[in-house]
Design a protein around this ligand. Structure first.
Ligand SMILES: *Cc1c(COP(=O)(O)O)cnc(C)c1O
Length: 390
């Protein structure tokens, strides 16, 4: 069914938009419809492709988007997305003009940034919606709780800013022990109470990432910021997600060359694998230049013919090699799955993350621009995003 569009591709990431939409709907059913969903599509939607994912998330019920950087927001605006876009990360005064022109909603914590934003927005004759970031225990970005009221007092007089939101971010909501999350929640609620008492009204309060959206109902407030769960991945190995998620991404390639190396041959850079007997080796055009971690050298597995086969030798920039001696019928051009399912076998992002000493987030976010993204909906390919059309 994918044949026509994927035929000219040696390797690609397949993104199942039905899975993304299923996950967004399942999360929304879990939080309840009164909680708005902010789809987090930073870092090219964790490697899945920001624009198609943003569209799918909005179609499935998300009402807002979030990214980390101003450029990411501009990319979405240029693609015609007109939903509110929150910039989660730090913006500098020099970015105020771009933020105002593209009607982005930055997190604010500095008076000078807020002033620059208001000035630029006023010059364009518009009002910019901003969200105040509060650091309740992450120790990174945000105002400390007792800085919030003085900050609001200074920026509320700015003519072209509307404080639309206030938010915080959890440091350990993916842990089985939620005591620190509840401590952060308590600190955030105190800030909210102080704001109310001082007569401010900020309509959108948000705190939860995927883990808290799934596990901590008290953290839902007016909106939740959904990243990893939207892609169908669990926020951590330690907690089983409360709902059934469908991983959206799989990685595919094909056997470019098949041959039997004589005993004594070595495979790849550094000669890290020596064939002690004649070995049937499949060459697969996928490497760290696509985002496949080099640490998987001599450790990772791929699926061919519905079976797991081990990688041998180093992962290089453009190629990997697998020992296919255990497979009876294998041919050049056969499909290879590096992540995903084939027959009854499955390689998960979590399996790769464990081997690579990282988290599932980094496995997909590492995928580079060279790797084509193929988007599927309702069993058909609906879009292919690649470096260059042939
Ligand atoms: C990335 C990010 C999220 C999304 O986190 P997930 O664990 O992927 O759901 C939410 N909020 C902020 C501030 C973030 O930076």
């Amino acid at each position: 069914m994918l044949a026509n569009l994927t035929q000219p591709l040696t390797s690609y990431a397949l993104v199942d938009l039905d899975a993304v939409e299923h996950n967004v709907r399942a999360i929304h059913a879990h939080t309840g419809p009164e909680v708005a969903l902010i789809a987090v599509v930073k870092a090219n939607a964790y490697g899945h492709g920001a624009i198609p994912i943003a569209r799918a998330a909005l179609a499935a019920g998300a009402s807002r988007l979030a990214v980390a950087r101003v450029d990411e927001g501009i990319q979405l605006r240029r693609a015609g997305l007109d939903a509110p876009i929150l910039i989660l990360g730090y913006a500098i005064p020099a970015e105020a003009d771009a933020i105002a022109r593209h009607d982005l909603s930055p997190a604010v914590t500095r008076v000078e940034v807020a002033q620059a934003l208001s000035e630029r927005a006023q010059a364009l004759g518009r009002t910019l919606r901003v969200h105040v970031k509060v650091d309740t225990g992450m120790g990174r970005f945000g105002l400390l709780p007792d800085e919030v009221l003085p900050f609001l007092a200074r920026i509320s007089a700015l003519p072209a800013l509307q404080v639309e939101g206030i938010f915080t971010h959890f440091a350990a909501s993916d842990s089985p022990d939620q005591s620190f999350t509840h401590q952060q929640l308590g600190a955030f609620e105190q800030v909210l109470a102080a704001i109310r008492a001082a007569g401010y009204s900020i309509p959108i309060r948000h705190a939860a990432n995927s883990a808290a959206a799934l596990d901590v109902p008290a953290a839902h407030f007016d909106a939740v910021r959904i990243g990893i769960a939207m892609y169908g991945l669990a926020p951590s190995d330690e907690v089983e997600p409360a709902i059934s998620l469908r991983p959206a991404l799989s990685l595919h390639s094909r056997i470019a060359r098949l041959r039997t190396l004589p005993a004594g041959s070595s495979v790849g850079y550094g000669r890290s694998h020596i064939c002690h007997s004649p070995t049937r080796v499949a060459l697969i055009p996928f490497g760290y230049g696509d985002g496949y971690h080099r640490i998987l050298s001599n450790q990772g597995h791929v699926l061919i013919g519905g079976q797991r086969v081990p990688l041998i030798g180093r992962v290089s920039m453009d190629q990997i090699t697998a020992d296919v001696a255990a497979l009876d019928a294998v041919q050049e051009d056969d499909d290879v799955v590096l992540l995903g399912t084939q027959g009854s076998q499955r390689i998960s992002a979590e399996e790769i993350a464990r081997l690579a000493g990282t988290v599932n987030y980094e496995v997909t976010t590492s995928l580079l621009a060279r790797l084509p993204r193929v988007y599927r909906r309702g069993g058909a390919v609906v879009e292919v995003a690649r470096l260059a059309e042939p």
